[in-house]
Design a protein around this ligand. Structure first.
Ligand code: PLP
Length: 264
């Protein structure tokens, strides 16, 4: 008999019944990255590739109970947050992150699904800025999320840099602003590291509607790499490559915004 040990990671996020985004994308990504994923469910969505049909945040007591279960038993090397629903749930997650000294922490500030359904209330954006971003080792907003957090329009490269500096000033150690929602033949993400070093990560823009769960996949791949001991910069570069492959080798599921290929 051979027993194998894998680095243990945690995702704190929402469920996507369609399996393309949320906690399901996180677990599939982590599995593909050869780390062991545990998961704390903050909300449930009834969802497919076409839209989100319903959202149900979990009872606060049950979220606290999940944190207690995980930290009574596992040795979590890195964790990420995804969909957190509303202010009360953000505060609950923040309380637990502090209580269990969870680090490194990757914060994916999920706000709106591709179909337009809100996955975070407007007022919770302020709670994320005040309470969660200061605890983050890496924050990974897409363009609309970065605009909502910084209250500025982001169009030019200089805007990306200004916005990332603003998010760093809120207390995040490292910031990636994802350019996927922008225009052009390439997608450029801007990275600002804690030591002030910055760089752009560019890749092809793929003409496909199978990009559901892209953000979750990126943040989960980065979380997995950190758990395996990669540096922040290496983990971010690995995450970008992982997502690129997962989009490029799409799979056919459903009739709308399809999932990525986590086997890629
Ligand atoms: N549903 C859940 C539970 C999510 O966490 C996310 C994204 O993080 C989404 C849906 C939206 O994914 P996308 O924007 O790729 O449609």
């Amino acid at each position: 008999m051979v027993e194998q040990q894998y680095p243990e990671v945690l995702t704190i996020a929402g469920s996507d019944s369609g399996g393309g985004a949320g906690i399901q994308a996180d677990i599939k990504t982590m599995q593909a990255c050869h780390v062991y994923s545990s998961s704390i469910l903050v909300a449930i969505t009834a969802q497919n590739t076409l839209d989100v049909q319903a959202v149900l945040p979990m009872p606060i007591k049950m979220i606290n109970a999940q944190f207690a279960s995980i930290y009574a038993d596992f040795d979590i090397k890195a964790a990420k947050t995804g969909m957190l629903a509303d202010s009360q749930h953000v505060r609950c997650v923040v309380k637990n992150i502090k209580q269990y000294h969870i680090t490194p922490l990757i914060v994916d500030p999920v706000m709106v699904a591709k179909g337009g359904t809100r996955l975070l209330t407007q007022e919770a954006i302020e709670t994320i800025i005040q309470d969660l971003i200061p605890l983050a080792d890496i924050v990974t907003p897409n363009l609309p999320e970065a605009e909502a957090i910084t209250n500025m329009r982001i169009i030019s490269k200089a805007d990306f840099e200004t916005a990332a500096k603003k998010i760093a000033a809120m207390g995040a150690k490292n910031v990636i602003i994802k350019g996927g929602h922008g225009q052009g033949k390439t997608v450029s993400d801007y990275v600002l590291l804690a030591d002030g070093h910055d760089f752009w990560l560019s890749g092809d823009r793929y003409d496909t509607k199978r990009k559901h769960g892209t953000g979750d996949t990126l943040s989960s791949a980065i979380t997995s790499a950190l758990a395996k001991g990669y540096s922040i910069e290496k983990a971010i570069r690995f995450g970008k490559k992982f997502v690129d492959m997962a989009i490029k080798k799409g799979i056919v599921v459903g009739h709308g915004h399809g999932p990525l290929n986590h086997w890629a």
